[in-house]
Design a protein around this ligand. Structure first.
Ligand code: ASP
Length: 327
């Protein structure tokens, strides 16, 4: 059997409540990973599993410090010839962000799978045990090699770049809207139908070695009558980058354009993403006409991660634009 390490960070998969009918009023990050694994009998037949409790938090409290530790630990583990894959248990609220971050800084073709649950472990019919079983199935599968960091819940396989949480409560919440799943897991067999096409993991130029904190990047949400006070406040607070969850194709009012132009002239890199949820944000004209970076089809929260990593290399908007077309 292959050797899989499960790194646990908490979330609803480790959630608990005294009432088995509680689907919302429970506490995340309670049950230790060793206990969760011990209670899933079929896991013992598919891999040699070791567990490490990295954190025990609601994923709203995920932070860059834990990200750095996770990335370092995963890189160290996957460098070992006696580790075949890593599974990370994680709260679902910010799972897509941790997954995309790891997709850019993990240096291995071996499978890395993020998994969580929508129902706490104490629910009448929790989804966590099956999700974790499927995640380990993926981690031992040679089909999962070289496909970047994956997210698996509810029998589906998703690319970390495109996946997002689409529903606040349903188990069927992780999707890559419009672009689709990479595949399904049926009766302990992964079925892949698509490949991620953007650079990731072993081909990524980003690394966390030598970095102790990211340049600060904030997200500003676009809306009617936006007067730019939040963007100005962020710039005054010293942010190095701003992502605008813009209108439609990353559009903005004349007021916001003037505001962002001034901010970018002060050295803050501005990325135009969209609040629309799907589609490509294209460049508005040439670089001479449009100083802002277009986010391609990255959601604002993922554009923030790529911008932070990009800013560890350069603050030249033209170079950062190339990174957004690449990752
Ligand atoms: N609030 C929880 C978390 O993100 C939700 C979940 O795990 O499903 O940690």
């Amino acid at each position: 059997m292959k050797n899989i390490v499960i790194l646990a960070t908490g979330g609803t998969i480790a959630g608990a409540s005294s009432d088995p009918t509680d689907m919302v009023g429970y506490y995340a990050g309670i049950v230790p990973i060793a206990e969760i694994v011990e209670n899933i009998e079929p896991l013992k037949n598919i891999a040699n599993i070791t567990t490490e409790q990295i954190a025990q938090i609601d994923s709203a409290d995920m932070d860059h410090k834990i990200w750095f530790y996770l990335a370092e630990r995963i890189n160290a583990l996957l460098n070992q010839s006696d580790v075949d894959g890593v599974v990370v248990t994680h709260g679902t609220d910010t799972m897509e962000e941790t997954a995309y971050f790891l997709n850019l800084v993990v240096k291995s073709q071996k499978p890395v799978v993020l998994v969580g649950a929508m129902r706490p472990s104490t629910a009448i019919s929790p989804d966590g045990p099956m999700n974790l079983y499927n995640a380990v199935i993926l981690a031992v599968s040679s089909d999962a090699w070289g496909k970047g960091v994956l997210v698996s819940l509810n029998d589906t396989i998703n690319s970390s770049r495109e996946v997002t949480k689409t529903n606040t409560a349903l188990q069927d919440t992780f999707k890559a809207p419009e672009l689709g799943y990479l595949g399904y897991i049926v009766d302990a067999h992964p079925h892949f139908y698509r490949m991620p096409t953007r650079k990731h993991t072993y081909l990524s130029e980003f690394a966390i070695e030598g970095i102790t904190e990211f340049p600060q990047v904030e997200i500003i949400y676009g809306h009617v009558n936006d007067n730019g006070i939040l963007a100005k406040a962020a710039a005054d607070a010293g942010v190095k980058g701003l992502v605008y969850a813009g209108l439609g194709n990353g559009n903005m009012s004349q007021t916001m354009q003037d505001t962002f132009q001034k901010i970018q002239d002060q050295g803050v890199v501005v990325v135009r993403s969209t609040r629309a949820g799907n589609g490509v944000v294209t460049r508005n004209g040439s670089f001479a006409e449009d100083p802002f970076v277009a986010a391609d089809n990255l959601s604002p929260q993922k554009a923030r991660i790529l911008l932070m990593l990009a800013l560890t290399k350069t603050n030249n908007a033209r170079e950062i634009q190339e990174l957004f077309w690449t990752y």
